[in-house]
Design a protein around this ligand. Sequence first.
Ligand code: FAD
Length: 287
Amino acid sequence: MKPAAFEYSRPDTLEAAIALLAQGGPDAKVLAGGQSLVPMMNLRLAQPRLIVDVNRIPGHDYIRRDRDELVIGFLARHEDVKRSEVVGEACPLIAAAYEHVAHGTIRNRGTLCGNLCHADPASEMPAVMLATEATMELQGPAGLRHVPAAQFFLGLYETALASDEMLVRLRIPVAPKGQGWGFHEVSTRKGDFAFVCVGALLTLKAGRISTAKVAAAGIGTRAVRLDAVERWLIGQEANQQTFQRAGREASSSVVPSGDSMVPAEYRSELLEILTRRALADAASRSN
Ligand SMILES: Cc1cc2nc3c(=O)[nH]c(=O)nc-3n(C[C@H](O)[C@H](O)[C@H](O)COP(=O)(O)OP(=O)(O)OC[C@H]3O[C@@H](n4cnc5c(N)ncnc54)[C@H](O)[C@@H]3O)c2cc1C
């Protein structure tokens, strides 16, 4: 199938891109890597009248550490983020999750920011942004606003972005010393979207859990933080019994949605098992 007719523009500056989005209103769409938007257009699930191709705007593909934050620009491609040593050191959960995201050809073109704006419910990175407590910087005609990940993902393919705003930058807190990480997923094949995935960050003190951040995707309309599990984990001994109990808490605290391919009961079971595994990995990497 071919996309519906659309106008195409390729601005050279961020300001020009935002002005075009403001003119186009809800019928205008940013084109970043095109790895989600173009398939949606081909299937006519998206029919934007105006495409604003931001790929030629210079200077926004950076991945850098800025004191205690990892800062990633909107044109940083998945593959560059995945391979980045800065990311591996500052936020190893991102690197771990990238082992499950798409395939090389798609990662070469797709962007991390585009992925987050698309907000697919079975996408790995929204869960990672929730667990790491990242902040999204959104720029529109009225200026810049900072939106915590917890307020960015609103629902099925829905985010806090206004139609005249762009996600221009991510700010991800650098992992504190000693924090361990774990990420587990089940999907049809390696590189496919998750049936369920879970990311966990733990710090330990004298063998007990002192901080816990756990987030999951694939279980509903958007990625979620497993707050009840996190609260229960604090002060518990970091052992298999605790992780098993936390897995059970996870599956009883969320009622996953089901579909013809993945029944809700199976998702619930996966949530339990993957939470347990992600926590066990995170504990084994804490020091
Ligand atoms: C075969 C295949 C397998 C895949 N597997 C996975 C997978 O396992 N896990 C996964 O997470 N993803 C997967 N993807 C999707 C991939 O990660 C996409 O790259 C990503 O979802 C979208 O990023 P993009 O840069 O290509 O954005 P685009 O497709 O260009 O845009 C996506 C949406 O975001 C908007 N947008 C893009 N950038 C911005 C911005 N900076 N500000 C405001 N709006 C913006 C666009 O207007 C559009 O609505 C897969 C894709 C394919 C084709």
